[in-house]
Write a protein that binds this ligand. Structure first.
Ligand code: SF4
Length: 363
């Protein structure tokens, strides 16, 4: 196929998505294989049009509180894997978390994401009540929606988290290839992780899934991830470019290009136009924000208050203490793209409009 024919093929697929058609796996794969900037520009243009159709020119902002960096697992890509002495370890107290969340909410984020590794003090000691109480404390004290990212937890805990006021449960599969999953998350159960998101949705929580890019997956694996996420019905989907981490088995892997991540993100938008898709500050800080927004993202995540002693996940320090990963830091990058920060009411309206019908009826 000539370059011109290939460009026409990409354009036809993008046009089908923009016309509201459901993309098929081979079409998704074709988009994910795009490496030429002119073809990528077609995908980004379509992604922006669909974002505007579903979300206008408004962007949601998420604050990030990584409150325990202890973890019992040994994910091969993760800086915080058990046994990695290079990573900073800390556990914030409930009072510290509430204070940080209050500051984030005051700065204008729409949601606070409470994240932890599978901390043995919670997961092995069975002290999920601490997590549930923390969510209730933050929800009561701060008032903004809360996402909780605790790893796989028992079904009853998902119900308790929902009852305590959590709005979201985030649990990234990283890949939807069981073979690759075994390499990335050794000792963890593929189906259990998928099931945790389904049960969270059943408990009335919104759910987020995500994939890692550049960890040995093929374009077919990525396409499979996108259709699997679309089918599961999670309300937020993300792609994160892999960042090689010191002290891990994958420290020698190359990071994927920003263009590859943008193409995947934009293809997500064409495949799942009405879902929230984040531009994470946790990969290359503010530097890559505009690119990810140009690819169709409509949420900015990993806003972290400076001087809070908090770390990011992929980038433990980048841009944090400089105060760049803040609402003010992000806002400066929205205007040149014709985007602006949504109001708190707009976010709450979106949340209540996307709850499962049964849950809405109960509310
Ligand atoms: S990705 Fe999560 S579960 Fe895996 S080692 Fe890192 S913190 Fe633990």
């Amino acid at each position: 196929m000539t370059r011109r024919q290939r460009c026409r093929e990409v354009e036809a697929i993008v046009d089908r998505a923009v016309a509201g058609e459901r993309l098929r796996v081979p079409e998704i794969e074709t988009l994910l294989e795009v490496e030429q900037p002119d073809e990528a520009a077609l995908i980004f243009d379509g992604a922006q049009r669909l974002r505007e159709r579903h979300f206008g020119r408004k962007v949601f902002l998420y604050g990030f509180v990584y409150f325990s960096t202890y973890c019992r697992n040994r994910c091969t890509f993760c800086f915080y894997r058990h046994g990695n002495d290079a990573s900073p370890r800390y556990r914030k107290t409930a009072a510290e978390v509430v204070e940080i969340a209050r500051g984030l909410a005051g700065s204008g984020v729409h949601l606070v994401d409470l994240t932890l590794g599978e901390d043995p003090e919670i997961h092995e000691a069975g002290r999920f009540d601490h997590l549930v109480e923390l969510v209730a404390d933050v929800r009561r004290a701060v008032g903004v929606p809360v996402m909780v990212s605790p790893g796989v937890v028992p079904d009853a805990v998902l119900e308790q988290l929902a009852a305590a006021g959590a709005d979201w449960y985030a649990c990234y599969q990283e890949t939807h290839s069981p073979q690759l999953f075994r390499k990335l998350r050794p000792g963890q159960d593929f189906a259990e992780r998928v099931g945790a998101r389904s049960r969270a949705l059943g408990a009335g929580l919104h759910a987020e899934d995500g994939i890692l890019l550049g960890v040995g997956e093929t374009a077919a694996d990525r396409a499979r991830s996108l259709v699997t996420m679309r089918a599961q019905g999670v309300q937020q989907v993300r792609v994160m470019g892999f960042v090689p981490q010191e002290g891990t088995p994958m420290s020698g892997f190359d990071a994927p290009t920003l263009l590859a991540e943008m193409v995947t993100l934009a293809t997500m938008r064409l495949t799942m136009p009405d879902r929230l898709i984040p531009a994470s500050l946790d990969i290359d800080g503010l530097r890559g924000l505009e690119a990810r927004l140009r690819a169709g993202a409509n949420v900015v995540t990993s806003i972290i208050p400076p001087a809070s002693g908090l770390a990011g996940v992929s980038q433990s320090k980048l841009d944090i203490d400089e105060g760049f990963r803040t609402v003010a830091g992000v806002e400066r990058h929205l205007a040149p793209l014709g985007l602006s920060v949504a109001s708190a009411e707009e976010y709450e309206d979106w949340l209540s409009g996307t709850r499962a019908p049964a849950i809405r009826a109960r509310a």
